[in-house]
Design a protein around this ligand. Structure first.
Ligand code: NAD
Length: 493
């Protein structure tokens, strides 16, 4: 079994908590790596290193922007060179099919290149001010925020990390990164690349440890200027409270229970295939998953029948062999998902397919759950309101456009949503009414590093990716230049 280390102030170190974290392959239940977790003292040291690099040595922050961009491009090239290896590790550690891990790493390459390019274009602007003080030139400049704590979940370990690391570094910040303890291996690969790419010591630090201790310290520390978090809404609320002490900037990318609305005029076959991608992609462990499928009554039975047929055909197996779905990330998470399936039955929903652990053949030692569809669901059911974060679709039926919108918005979340219809005007009307940050028309799931990503309501605060994703890691300073030097001449006497 490989032994891994964390990375603080430009050095590879063993954590000093005394606790060993094992990376477990969820397809087999076997440990594939071990790392000594960081203590709170290690975390303090990582914060101190980032603080010194930002406020004292200032090498990265003050680096000529073209040179900083060159280093980001070099990081992208290095990731691309190791794409196969990182994807394999990710697939074994997380359980996602290899082709999906490869697509994640490929997206990460583009994300670094995108932000490397973005910082080469001028930022800031000129404000046409109306001044009582005589002619003034008012303009804005963008500056890095300082020490950024980045905390990520386990469902897209490498990609979610890069969505934060790339813009945070591009903006000139120093970072302390904490991945989910469920999936640390690909993040360690990323930091090996950052190390070899020649980032100044202390610019990028990696700590590994539990959210309630190490993560909480990052959110609480008065030496951290910003915390960017992706994970559950409950942890996001805790981070928001912890961050209040020094009013640090926060970005929160949280959970969802997103509606996928299917009108009767749509191409049924195409809608079923997209709906499958919406809920079964990445084993349903997707924040924006189309987990609530709302179907117009006249096609509901045909839609559910076809969806169930296709779900039954899905293959489960070793993720490295590229089945349709791999295992869930851990035994604990599998039990949570199976508990929700039991709850759905108790609540009176009609189980159409799946609904059980899959232990056939090579899957017998892993945490596999068959793709599951519940029909006859109503808004008062917990399986309709709560995020299950697994391959479980709940079907609701509607009669009118207004009812579809009302059902779609009947949730505390507001991350994503989609509509399938042949009527272009209706598609636009429905999307306009959806209280969600990421929406699709006649497709589900595509995400791009050039477009902003984030939620309404309890799905989050702020945006990742795109130009907004860079601005999350920047302060905007207003500069006002007096064009007529001399006294203000404001007071009468
Ligand atoms: P989680 O909230 O349990 O953990 C996420 C990260 O936060 C981990 O690194 C964890 O160690 C840390 N953490 C937990 N409690 C903390 C605390 N009190 N203070 C500081 N850090 C803490 O989430 P998870 O189970 O890893 O991931 C699944 C969740 O993430 C789902 O709810 C999913 O919807 C959400 N998610 C959202 C997005 C998005 O873009 N909106 C993307 C991916 C996942």
């Amino acid at each position: 079994m490989n032994h891994y280390q964390t990375y603080i102030n430009g050095k590879w170190v063993d954590g000093t908590s005394g606790h060993i974290l094992y990376a477990v392959n969820p397809a087999t239940g076997q440990a594939i790596g071990a790392v000594e977790e960081n203590s709170l003292a290690d975390t303090e040291e990582a914060i101190r290193a980032a603080k010194t690099s930002f406020y004292v040595t200032r090498e990265w922050r003050d680096m000529d922007v073209q040179k900083r961009s060159d280093i980001l491009l070099k990081i992208a090239d290095m990731i691309e060179e190791e794409l196969e290896e990182i994807a394999r590790l990710e697939s074994m550690d997380n359980g996602k099919p290899l082709r999906e891990a490869e697509a994640d790493v490929d997206d990460a390459v583009h994300c670094f290149r995108y932000y490397a390019g973005l910082i080469r274009t001028p930022q800031g602007g000129v404000c046409g001010v109306n001044s009582n003080f005589g002619p003034m030139h008012s303009y804005t400049v963008h500056e890095p925020v300082g020490v950024c704590a980045l905390i990520t979940p386990w469902n897209f370990p490498f990609l979610m990390g890069v969505w934060k690391v790339a813009p945070a570094l591009a903006a000139g910040n120093s970072i302390v990164f904490k991945p989910s303890s469920e999936t640390v291996l690909s993040t360690i690969s990323l930091f090996r690349i950052l190390d070899r790419a020649g980032l100044p010591a202390g610019t990028a630090n990696l700590v590994i440890g539990p959210g309630r201790t190490v993560g909480n310290l990052l959110a609480e520390s008065h030496d951290v200027d910003l915390v960017s978090f992706t994970g559950s809404t409950a942890a996001g609320q805790s981070i928001m409270r912890a961050a209040a002490g020094n009013v640090k900037k926060i970005g929160l990318e949280l959970g969802g229970k997103s509606p996928n609305i299917i009108f009767a005029d749509t191409d049924l076959e195409a809608a079923v295939e997209w709906a499958m991608l919406g809920i079964f992609f990445n084993q349903g462990e997707v924040c924006c998953a189309g987990s609530r499928i709302l179907v117009e009554r006249s096609i509901k039975d045909a839609f559910v029948e076809r969806l169930a047929q296709r779900a039954e055909q899905m293959t489960l197996g070793n993720p490295l062999d590229n089945p349709d779905m791999g295992p869930l990330v851990s035994e604990k998470h599998m039990e949570d998902v199976l508990d929700y399936i039991r709850l759905g039955r108790e609540e009176g929903a009609c189980l159409v397919c799946g609904g059980y652990r899959w232990e056939e053949g090579e899957c017998r030692n892993g945490w596999f759950v068959r793709p599951t569809v519940f029909d006859g669901c109503t808004a008062d059911m917990r399986i309709v309101q709560e995020e299950i974060f697994g391959p479980v679709a709940v079907i609701q039926t509607f009669d009118t456009e207004e009812e579809a919108v009302a059902l779609a918005n009947d949730t505390v979340y507001g991350l994503a949503g989609a509509v399938f219809t042949a009527d272009g005007a209706r598609a636009q009307r429905v999307i306009r009414e959806l209280r969600a940050g990421i929406t699709w028309i006649n497709c589900y799931n595509p995400a791009f590093c050039e477009a902003p990503w984030g939620g309404y309501k309890m799905s989050g605060i702020g945006r990742e990716l795109g130009v907004h994703g860079l601005e999350e890691y920047q302060e905007i300073k207003q500069v006002n230049l007096n064009l007529t030097p001399g006294p203000a001449g404001w007071y009468q006497n």
